[in-house]
Design a protein around this ligand. Structure first.
Ligand SMILES: C[S@@+](CC[C@H](N)C(=O)[O-])C[C@H]1O[C@@H](n2cnc3c(N)ncnc32)[C@H](O)[C@@H]1O
Length: 216
């Protein structure tokens, strides 16, 4: 019961990043999160809209979206060169529809490096790694500033499920706290679209991820 639910990563190391990508291929369960995000984007983003992903990693989400939204353009932000290299390889067939930016999300200047205001900002399984609620809140505020009126943020990320007795790492916190932070960041509406692989009794670092939606 005392083991903290979380994981330490070495995303800047090539072998670690490649091994992580092999182990974290989207499972059918995880694809439910991608499908949920796709539905939101298809209803709220223009067909040729510009979408930005925070923490693009090996680009599993990016590939899923670019394949199903054939006219969007896409930018992936990540601080890991090994991850950006994998993403560039996976997305090479999309040519200049995709741009990359190497940046630390804890330095707000990442938003100045975007190619104009995005219609949507997306992220999966990344923001919990920033360290805690204050860091997630910082990125939420930067997203609220970067998005135009009507823009949306979709953050699919690990959370601490209600009712668990296990301690979780600080970056994994409750859905209700995420919603508070989104409102405080300046979003006009915030809601949760789902909770997948929910496990309260015997959670691991791979369980319990939600899809937070926020609108400017
Ligand atoms: C789980 S992976 C993202 C997987 C990705 N969404 C996909 O579908 O393939 C998390 C990524 O967040 C990146 N990341 C973590 N902390 C970061 C930070 N402070 N700034 C920028 N990127 C960060 C890591 O390098 C890693 O590539």
């Amino acid at each position: 019961m005392s083991e903290v639910i979380g994981a330490a990563h070495q995303f800047h190391e090539i072998e670690y990043a490649e091994d992580w990508a092999r182990r974290f291929k989207p499972t059918p369960e995880r694809l439910h999160l991608f499908e949920t995000m796709l539905q939101q984007l298809q209803s709220a983003v223009p067909a040729d809209g510009y979408v930005v992903e925070l923490g693009i990693g090996p680009a599993y989400l990016a590939e899923f979206l670019l394949e199903r939204m054939p006219h969007i353009s896409y930018a992936g932000v990540d601080f890991s060169q090994p991850m950006l290299t994998q993403a560039a390889t996976r997305l090479a067939r999309y040519g200049d529809r995709v741009q990359f930016q190497q940046a630390d999300l804890l330095n707000d200047s990442w938003s100045a490096g975007l190619g104009g205001p995005p219609a949507a900002i997306v992220s999966t399984w990344a923001l919990h790694d920033l360290g805690g609620q204050a860091q997630t809140a910082q990125v939420y505020r930067a997203c609220a500033r970067a998005l135009p009126q009507g823009g949306l943020l979709l953050n699919g990320d690990f959370v601490k499920p209600d009712g668990t007795l296990h301690p979780f790492e600080p970056g994994r916190f409750s859905v209700s706290r995420h919603l508070e932070l989104l409102q405080e960041a300046g979003f006009s509406q915030a809601s949760n679209l789902g909770l997948w692989e929910e496990e309260i009794e015997a959670p691991t670092a791979s369980h319990n991820y939600a899809c937070l939606l926020a609108l400017v």
